[in-house]
Design a protein around this ligand. Sequence first.
Ligand code: ZN
Length: 171
Amino acid sequence: MQLRIHKWPEKILKKRCRRVEKVDARIQEMFREMYSLMQVHRGIGLAANQGGLDLCLVVIATEESTFQLANPRVVKKEGRITFTEGCLSFPGLEVDTVRARKVWVQALNEEGEEVEIEAEDVLAVVFQHEIDHVNGIPFFRRAKWRDRIRLYPQLKKIVKETRNELRKSAT
Ligand SMILES: [Zn+2]
């Protein structure tokens, strides 16, 4: 299995991913592949659909903690934070997003156990960014309208570059 980073506007990034029935050896192998793809690209989080997999899986590695989770969902949130985010699927784009400052996330861990994680600040932002991915929501949708309008030319450039790359790889 060779994963590559899928970039906007590839369809799989707009898709609500399939839930995982069970965390088995196949899923654990996908976690490993996703983790190494994320590391190669120096990301701190990656959703399965960014790697081209239609599954509700995310991997996260910040300075303090790492997670490999299936079917993650936010069950509670609190407060508000504005944060400048980047995304491997949107090369070069930086977006000021408005998100919850604290979230509680339920998921299955890499052993298939149900876990609940409490995350604040940067980690909370990363969780919300990755969970949005598996629900087909790109991060610029969390920006203020004014910023979305300002970012539009950059977004258009990314769309053009992705289409060029896809055309090249198809020939
Ligand atoms: Zn992203």
